[in-house]
Design a protein around this ligand. Structure first.
Ligand code: NAP
Length: 281
């Protein structure tokens, strides 16, 4: 039996077991995907235990994605640039490979949103682990300018400096950093607005921004999927602005994780999306 799991703290509300166990069943694969409560100080021991128990791999949530870099034997360039691995692959006992599928998840789910749109200025709200994956994709998409808006401007500057260093001179994208409070001064110039903070999530306050001056032909992406419609998404809809929540990103990152563990690409069906939407509602 293939054993896979997700580590986090808290982890009991994660949708990942629903997604992976659905695919295992649909594809007739003998396996089980478990949610395993793991405080950060237990990460090393838990990884070792599960590796010894014959697990084939794991997903990790924040802040374990960053912490896990200390314990992996092999990482690719994406993991190195992002500084986080949300997938661990146990190819043989004691040998751990780290991958980042948030990048793939975001890339796949934003394609349709920005199709035929100008790629001049994108605003990324937040400067944590998720923002790094997003900035990476926007650079690869050749956006001319990214403005990182964050509550703590210093954290945005850390991302900017890291990316400039790690991409060496190859970056064509200009990266600016601003305090989130200054967002109103730039909103009219944006082609794309992305929320990567937890603001708007269930049990969190809403993001305090005003999008009345956002261009009608801009696009809005909110990484949050619970609720399915944050205040930001509702307001975008009301103004007729193309928008997307974070559910597809979650499913695509899961699809790629599944591929890394089992060498098979599971299908993203409407039935699966309905199951997840019902779970969220
Ligand atoms: P993180 O590393 O903890 O970063 C959170 C960021 O949000 C930080 O920049 C932080 O600002 C900012 N923030 C937190 N509270 C805030 C507040 N009250 N006001 C303004 N800004 C605030 O988290 P992460 O890994 O980047 O994840 C962020 C969100 O993305 C989470 O909600 C997560 O669920 C979601 N996510 C979704 C997917 C998906 O597949 N859809 C994938 C990954 C993540 P400071 O720098 O000032 O602390």
């Amino acid at each position: 039996m293939h054993k896979i799991g997700i580590l986090g703290h808290p982890i009991k509300h994660s949708l990942s077991p629903k997604i992976h166990n659905y695919w295992l069943k649909e594809m007739g694969i003998n396996g089980k995907y478990n949610a395993i409560e793991t405080p950060i100080n237990n990460l090393k021991k838990t990884i070792e235990n599960l590796n010894n128990k014959g697990y084939i791999g794991l997903n990790l949530t924040i802040p374990l994605k960053e912490e896990a870099l200390k314990y992996i034997n092999k990482k690719n360039k994406t993991v190195d640039i992002i500084g986080a691995a949300n997938v661990l692959i146990f190819s043989k006992k004691g040998y751990i490979e780290g991958k980042n599928t948030d990048v793939y998840g975001f890339k796949k789910s934003i394609l349709d949103l920005v199709k035929n749109k100008k790629k001049e200025t994108a605003a990324v709200i937040g400067s944590g682990g998720a923002a790094r994956a997003i900035v990476y994709v926007l650079i690869k998409m050749n956006f001319k300018k990214i403005i990182l808006f964050n509550r703590t401007k210093k954290n945005a500057e850390i991302i900017k400096n890291d990316f400039q260093k790690k991409f060496a001179k190859k970056i064509k994208t200009k990266i600016n950093c601003e305090n989130l409070k200054k967002m109103k001064n730039s909103i009219e110039q944006l082609n794309l607005l992305i929320n990567t903070t937890p603001m708007g999530m269930k049990n969190f306050p809403n993001l305090n921004i005003d999008i009345k001056k956002l261009k009608k032909d801009a696009a809005v992406f909110d990484l949050i999927y619970n609720p399915l419609e944050t205040k930001l998404i509702k307001e975008s809809k009301k103004r007729g602005i193309k928008n997307r929540n974070g559910l597809d990103m979650l499913i695509y990152q899961a699809q790629k994780s599944f591929y890394y563990w089992l060498n098979k690409t599971p299908k993203i069906t409407n039935e699966l999306k309905k199951i997840l939407e019902r779970e969220i509602k």
